[in-house]
Write a new protein. Structure first.
Ligand SMILES: Nc1ncnc2c1ncn2[C@@H]1O[C@H](COP(=O)(O)OP(=O)(O)O)[C@@H](O)[C@H]1O
Ligand SMILES: [Mg+2]
Length: 363
């Protein structure tokens, strides 16, 4: 009788409770991660939070003090198991992705491929997909930075790695080139269907590239989720502040309400009498005019309007940034307005806070 065993699902990459210390200081603490084939997870966080160390442990060039790492269900690191980097089936791309200067483009891309049938075809295929058809015989010094980056990507992907590990791969590139190369890279990674871990300290890059963002701080993942969720439901004030400038209004919670010059905010779950921070991103402050002395016209969603004087207004291209000194306490609030909005310093305007766009945290 033939048997058809159920194939249990094995994620492409599993990192389980991995820790690493240097000189007694824990730089990665009990970190766990799952990345499916075809998915891109961004490790996002400030410099020094342990992103590269995490990536290097997955690659096998750094050893965890404890924990397990599995690729397609196979343990590549664990108690008594320590697969060398070349046996893990991972592709690497780092910030300073040096190409071999004495090799041609084709030789660079073919570097990790076994000799034999299909080798040249794979090189040609990848060069075509990074838009470098016809560059086979050129040498790295004949290429622009962006072209070199695409060759490096083709080289890393040529052996069809099970997991692609990328550490700030775009940070050496000209700003104007970056978004185009990011998008082209993402397209190719998706076509190849490899699992990707991409390290970056730039929230914009993570938002643009990631299926899932793992936000790191001090060696720990503090929040993970789709870019939309991490941006719109930050776990704490620092997580909110990592993605944009924020405005903070401090208040005191009483009976699940916090009274502010912008009206009352629902602050359920906060201890009675506890200080709370109401956090709002600049684009979610609403501005209104004096309406010829009749004052502003807030909706229920907007709460109460508070008046401030413009101290500075700047046009940033896609939006204008307007800073206010508030009448009630002299504090500074910043509003971002789409397009051109440049009121003169000293102009009195009214600010409102959209209740569905603010975050409440214990102070
Ligand atoms: N080989 C090492 N020896 C000692 N300290 C290290 C080593 N590698 C990294 N660190 C330290 O660990 C911390 C995390 O580094 P890293 O993982 O490179 O952070 P990130 O990539 O997030 O900027 C930093 O404080 C760094 O100085
Ligand atoms: Mg780093």
């Amino acid at each position: 009788m033939p048997r058809y065993p159920m194939q249990s699902h094995k994620p492409r990459l599993v990192v389980q409770n991995v820790s690493r210390s240097f000189g007694g200081r824990a730089v990665v603490r009990d970190l766990s991660l799952v990345v499916e084939a075809g998915q891109l997870t961004c490790l996002l966080g400030p410099s020094g939070c342990g992103k590269s160390t995490t990536l290097r442990m997955v690659a096998g060039v750094e050893e965890p003090d404890q924990g397990r790492i599995l690729i397609d269900g196979e343990e590549v690191f664990g108690p008594g198991v320590r697969l060398p980097p070349e046996a893990r089936g991972v592709g690497l791309m780092f910030q300073d992705f040096a190409l071999f200067p004495h090799l041609t483009v084709a030789q660079n891309v073919a570097f990790g491929l076994r000799k034999g049938e299909g080798r040249a075809a794979r090189v040609d295929e990848l060069l075509e997909r990074v838009n470098l058809s016809g560059f086979q015989a050129k040498h790295p010094h004949e290429l622009s930075g962006g072209e070199q980056q695409r060759v490096a990507l083709a080289r890393a992907l040529a052996p069809r790695p099970r997991v692609m590990l990328m550490d700030e791969p775009f940070s050496g590139l000209d700003n104007r080139l970056r978004d185009g190369i990011r998008d082209a890279t993402l397209d190719l990674l998706k076509e190849e269907g490899t699992a990707v871990v991409l390290v970056t300290h730039e929230p914009g890059e993570a938002m643009r590239m990631a299926d899932e963002i793992a936000l790191m701080r001090d060696g720990v993942i503090v929040q993970r989720g789709a870019p939309y969720n991490v941006y719109n439901a930050p776990v704490d004030r620092a997580a909110a502040a990592f993605f944009s400038d924020i405005n903070v209004i401090r208040g005191q919670s009483r009976g699940a309400l916090t009274q502010t010059p912008f009206g009352a905010f629902l602050t359920p779950g906060q201890t009675d009498g506890a200080a709370v921070d109401i956090v709002i991103r600049p684009q979610h402050l609403k501005i209104d005019f004096d309406r010829a002395g009749r004052g502003p016209n807030p909706t229920i969603q907007d709460g109460t309007a508070a008046r401030g004087l413009v101290t500075r207004a700047r046009f940033l291209g896609h939006e204008s940034l307007v800073e206010f000194r508030m009448d009630h306490d002299g504090s500074t609030l910043t509003a971002a307005v789409p397009g051109v909005f440049l009121p003169k310093p000293g102009t009195a305007l009214w600010l409102m806070i959209r209740r569905d766009r603010c975050f409440v945290f214990p102070a």
